[in-house]
Design a protein around this ligand. Structure first.
Ligand code: ZN
Length: 239
């Protein structure tokens, strides 16, 4: 009778520890999901930022091309005007203006070429970012799906274990359960301990030979003289 009660008590404690561990694990899932969500957001932001930069440069380039065209028109008009000029002084002045205009135009052309190179480079980078993001998104989403699946499984385990726990408690002497619960609270979550190698596995203090013999019989509730936990001799354990 006591033997059966002790076995049940040992089972109860094992089960409760499983439940506690599963609860702890369950609490980590929302954080893991949040972290993955953050990774997805960072990826999207990087993509958007690159796209914005390309569009900005494109706008600058178009503006500069407009300016370049106007400058060329101005130079053409000045060249036509050159034919109508009478005095040498005016001629020289306009010629200088035309030269300066041409110089400015060629600077603008170089600037546009630099911009086109930069845009090309950014577009290449962006294409690889998009490709990488696509791959990473897939991995992240798979990870999220796995976590959600695991959440369901853990939840099912917890429900099942609670059910098993109720069954065991139903078979136990209520007084013993009360004693066990109090002991568990006071002894860091462990109320029943195995006895092995003539020692208590809760506090690792040796058990007097007489008591050790009694414990092995599993015929009465015996507590450790040192930590006061309930001692349990697992009959299958070789020791
Ligand atoms: Zn002990």
């Amino acid at each position: 009778m006591v033997r059966e009660q002790l076995q049940l008590l040992w089972k109860l404690q094992t089960l409760e520890r499983h439940i506690e561990e599963a609860q702890k694990e369950k609490e980590t899932y929302p954080l893991m999901l949040e972290r993955l969500e953050g990774m997805l957001k960072t990826l999207e932001e990087k993509k958007e930022e690159e796209k914005r930069r390309i569009e900005e440069l494109e706008r600058e380039r178009i503006k500069l091309e407009g300016e370049l065209e106007m400058e060329s028109e101005r130079t053409k008009r000045s060249q036509l005007k050159l034919l109508e000029i009478k005095t040498n002084k005016e001629y020289q002045a306009l010629l200088k203006e035309i030269e300066m205009g041409k110089e400015h135009t060629s600077q603008q052309e170089e600037e546009i070429i630099r911009m086109l190179d930069e845009i090309d480079r950014l577009k290449t980078d962006h294409a690889s970012t998009v490709e990488r993001a696509h791959k990473e998104r897939k991995e992240i989403e798979e990870g999220q799906a796995k976590i959600r699946e695991q959440m369901v499984i853990v939840e099912q385990h917890i429900t099942q274990w609670h059910h098993n726990r109720e069954e065991i408690v139903g078979k136990l002497d209520p007084e013993l359960v009360k004693r066990y619960t109090t002991l568990k609270e006071r002894r860091n979550g462990i109320a029943v301990v195995l006895v092995r190698n003539e020692g208590c596995q809760g506090c690792y203090v040796n058990i007097p030979p007489q008591l050790y013999n009694e414990v092995q019989k599993n015929k009465e509730i015996i507590v450790c003289p040192n930590c006061h936990r309930i001692l349990y001799w697992e009959e299958t354990s070789a020791s």
